[in-house]
Write a protein that binds this ligand. Structure first.
Ligand code: AMP
Length: 137
């Protein structure tokens, strides 16, 4: 099992419900279990106008590869009605892999640690809330 941190964000519809539904679906991914859930925080949208976000971070344990996990997360985004209309458009749910164990990944589809980890305040705050000993270098 590898420990993975996933961020959840919603700025459309019932944001809290969207996040709760996503957590439930993530918990139902094969060989994956939810270990910790951060509190949810309101944030302003970045790089685009639009409604505020509700954001949280979860810690999961999985045997899936990072690519397979990303596929499952994208499927959940689609199931929850996310439409990819334009870059940074409001979304019912946005799921990102922040950390995948201590692996560094750089492929066409996936960059881990997440490139915005250092610049989005809530990523760091929420990660440290659920994993106070996490080393964010
Ligand atoms: P977004 O619009 O924020 O959902 O991001 C769109 C694309 O970012 C996805 O299709 C992914 O292939 C890519 N991506 C790169 N790195 C990551 C990551 N760490 N977590 C999630 N998506 C990622």
């Amino acid at each position: 099992m590898i420990d993975v941190f996933v961020s959840l964000g919603s700025n459309l519809g019932n944001k809290k419900k969207n996040i709760e539904k996503a957590v439930k679906k993530i918990g139902a991914i094969e060989n994956t279990k939810i270990e910790k859930i951060s509190s949810l925080v309101k944030t302003k949208p970045h790089q685009a106008p639009g409604p505020n976000y509700l954001n949280g971070v979860i810690k999961i344990a999985t045997t899936l590869s990072a690519e397979k996990l990303l596929d499952s997360l994208k499927k959940i985004e689609t199931e929850l009605g996310r439409k990819r209309s334009f870059k940074n458009a409001p979304r019912t749910i946005d799921l990102d892999i922040l950390l995948y164990g201590n692996k560094k990944i750089k492929t066409k589809n996936l960059i881990v640690p997440h490139p915005k980890l250092k610049i989005r305040d809530f990523f760091k705050k929420s990660l440290l809330e659920i994993e106070p000993n996490l080393k964010l270098v």
